[in-house]
Design a protein around this ligand. Structure first.
Ligand code: C5P
Length: 398
């Protein structure tokens, strides 16, 4: 898949830079050509000599290096590649990218390129979680930049949390997905995922146990088949996949708005566990315990049904609308009735009784209900369910 592909690898100045040397090896093993660009700070972590030796290519370092410019100018350098990869993408590099700085070779190449850019962020957990980095990340995602990682774990600085650079093989997978000329190339697929949070008052909310695992796996599988995926997610407990456009929401109403804003799409997969009800009235102040022993009564209002709304659109309905049905009894009967009631094309039904361990677990056992009837799939990993569903979607859109 990567044979003959050219990757421009910008190595930023972080401790994770040593992993980028392994990334070079992994990419070359797969037949790709890697042209490295080192930032000044990167040279504090890896040497030009080892980078160049592993890449078997010249290493580019300086914007004003006349020899470099005579051999290959920075504009040409930025465009000769099939994909530009930034690993590690430090907080500083991300900030430069988000704000359009071009004051060294790496940032200039990133501004000048007409190719897709994939970043693998790596930094201290506080730096990753800092509002400025998260703002820059949102800007970059909005610009169509693909993101792999970061992972959660122990960090070189002794702290724990998100900020570790994705492992070289994970970055390779994201690169392969970005290069894919898959059956869904040119198709836009919308995926909802995760739970919603419905506020009770400014400090409390109603939620559910959805982790977002199945929706995330589906988005990843669709991306791997070449689809352009818009991923509308509630507050999930696992990170969004690489290479998708992420829209983060809290409530069902925000999710509906985000979905409507993301249309048109060729297909839409509604894997989110949307709260059926929200509070009937907004509660601007925290509900107080007054010591009298009186308990509050919560009054609910029904949330919009996103799946039904999109399925029943008169104009601009995606050609394929897929819903989910999480049931605890009479799964097929309930799911079949749900398909008819909502007006979607397929319902992916599963039994989420606690004894199945499916909700929040890594496996799923689903039955896909369509106009053709019920197709029961064996129990398998959520990633495998996702891959099979993505392939079925590709088949339906072909
Ligand atoms: O009605 P129920 O919640 O069981 O339906 C599940 C399906 O409907 C899922 O695909 C879910 O994403 C979608 N749904 C929705 N909006 C709601 C409730 C459910 O899109 N308000």
């Amino acid at each position: 898949m990567l044979a003959g592909k050219r990757i421009l690898l910008i190595i930023g100045g972080g401790i994770a830079a040593f992993k980028s040397l392994d990334l070079i090896r992994r990419l070359r093993e797969r037949g790709a050509t890697v042209t490295p660009v080192l930032t000044r700070a990167a040279e504090e972590f890896v040497t030009p000599l080892s980078t160049s030796a592993l890449a078997a290519e010249k290493v580019y370092r300086d914007l004003f290096d006349l020899t470099d410019e005579s051999e290959m100018g920075h504009i040409e350098l930025s465009r000769a590649a099939d994909l530009v990869v930034v690993a590690p993408a430090t907080a500083d590099l991300m900030a430069k990218m988000a704000h359009g700085h071009a004051n060294d070779l790496a940032s200039t190449v990133l501004m000048a390129t007409d190719k897709r850019v994939l970043i693998a962020p790596a930094m201290n957990v506080r730096m990753w979680e800092h509002a400025a980095t998260q703002r820059n990340l949102a800007t970059l995602l909005g610009d169509g930049v693909l993101v792999a990682g970061p992972n959660k774990g122990d960090m070189a600085c002794g702290e724990y949390g998100p900020g570790r650079m994705a492992e070289p093989l994970e970055i390779v997978t994201a690169i392969e997905a970005a290069m894919m000329d898959g059956p869904l190339k040119g198709r836009h697929v919308l995926v909802t995922s995760g739970p919603t949070h419905e506020p009770i008052d400014p400090v409390r909310y109603i939620a559910n146990r959805s982790s977002g695992a199945q929706g995330t796996a589906i988005a990843r599988a669709l991306t791997a088949l070449g689809a352009q995926v818009t991923f509308v997610t509630g507050p999930a407990s696992i990170p969004a996949p690489a290479g998708v456009s992420v829209i983060r929401v809290q409530t069902a109403r925000q999710m509906l708005e985000a979905v409507q804003g993301a249309l048109p799409a060729d297909a839409a997969v509604f894997a989110a566990a949307v709260a059926d009800w929200r509070m009937a009235e907004d509660q601007p102040r925290k509900i107080k315990k007054d010591g009298s022993g009186k308990v509050p009564t919560l009054k609910f209002a029904e949330n919009p049904d996103i799946l039904a709304t999109v399925s029943q659109m008169k104009k601009g309905r995606p050609a394929l609308v897929v819903g989910f049905a999480a049931e605890t009894d009479d799964v097929i009967a309930h799911a079949t009735a749900k398909r008819a009631r909502k007006g979607c094309d397929w319902i992916v039904a599963n039994d989420v009784s606690p004894e199945t361990g499916i909700m929040g677990g890594s496996e799923n056992a689903v039955t896909v209900i369509s106009a053709q009837g019920a197709d029961e799939w064996p129990r398998m990993g959520k990633d495998q369910v996702a891959a099979r569903l993505a392939a079925k979607i590709a088949g339906a859109l072909a």
